[in-house]
Design a protein around this ligand. Structure first.
Ligand code: NAP
Ligand code: GCO
Length: 267
């Protein structure tokens, strides 16, 4: 590897990806591993962690899995301490764990609204707060918050999710502001519409075999005329996790095939 490309290497780094047994987190963790990082991930129960460890092993990755609900601050603090003891201080944090509830606002309970805010916004605060002291101790750190197009746009039924992801954009900018001097870079990745279990209901084939109306809508709104794949997020994640992005801070990198730039194909 030539000297310039060494800027993209993650050799010797410990990367913690939350909620990464599958989906976007799993794909990002694979890429960080390919770039040289040691992978640590959590999920909400032992069964998912075991499945995740097995899935990483199938890819030739010895990932360290921990059971932890990212909304539980005491559990997160204890898990980060255990990771430090068993693997090392976390150099790279990817706040990926997230949920969505698609419910019209007038039908959504305050409890459901709070649950989405708790996982998608409070948890990145909790996990970042647990990891930043170690990053300060080491003299460097990378935090990547998985935001969303809903950090910029709203749509029907996703009021809680959009509020959380909009808040996550500003938490990203605030961590940048507060800890940039400690050589911590905090950026966001804003995926477009990606093929994962989370969006499966939006892509289900109709009874007559036709595409889901929302599926057709997204295709018409995306210049790339396709849904994103988790692999599309891997290069941007390695860039933001590496020294190649040491002067990039507080930025949300949208990986959306151009949706946010495009008015949409004329029907
Ligand atoms: P996903 O397939 O639903 O996976 C989410 C992961 O987070 C799952 O492993 C889930 O575990 C875990 N998780 C949920 N709540 C948790 C908690 N309290 N503690 C620990 N882990 C928890 O979602 P995805 O599509 O991969 O999305 C990953 C991230 O990208 C999310 O933040 C999502 O908002 C964001 N995003 C997704 C898209 C998209 O189009 N897919 C686009 C933009 C942004 P369980 O299986 O136990 O629920
Ligand atoms: C939805 C989708 C989106 C995507 C993603 C877009 O219901 O609109 O789930 O929210 O998950 O966040 O960037």
């Amino acid at each position: 590897m030539n000297d310039f490309m060494k800027n993209f290497s993650l050799e010797g780094k410990v990367a913690f990806v939350t909620g990464a047994s599958y989906g976007i987190g799993f794909a990002i963790a694979n890429a960080l591993s390919d770039a040289g990082a040691t992978i640590v991930f959590n999920d909400i129960n032992q069964d998912l962690v075991n499945k995740g460890v097995a899935a990483y092993e199938e890819k030739g990755i010895k990932a360290h899995g921990y059971v932890c609900d990212v909304t539980d601050e005491a559990a997160v603090q204890a898990t980060v301490a255990k990771i430090r003891e068993e693997v090392g201080i976390i150099d790279i944090l990817v706040n990926n764990a997230g949920i969505i509830k698609r419910i019209p606002m007038l039908e959504m309970s305050a409890a459901d609204f709070r649950k989405v805010i708790d996982v998608d916004l409070n948890a990145p605060f909790i996990v970042s707060k647990a990891c930043i002291p170690g990053m300060i101790e080491k003299g460097h750190g990378k935090i990547i918050n998985i935001c969303s197009m809903m950090s910029e746009l709203g749509r029907e039924t996703v009021s809680a999710y959009a509020a959380a992801k909009g808040g996550l954009k500003m938490l990203t900018r605030n961590i940048c502001s507060e800890y940039g001097e400690a050589n911590i870079q905090c950026n966001g990745i804003g995926p477009g519409y990606i093929e994962t279990p989370q969006t499966a209901p939006l892509r289900e084939r109709q009874a007559d075999g036709s595409r889901h109306p929302f599926d057709q809508f997204i295709i018409s709104k995306t210049p790339a005329a396709r849904w994103g794949k988790t692999e599309d997020l891997q290069g941007p994640a390695v860039f933001l996790a590496s020294d190649a992005s040491n002067f990039v801070n507080g930025h949300i990198l949208y990986v959306d095939g151009g949706i946010l730039a495009y008015i949409g194909k004329q029907p």
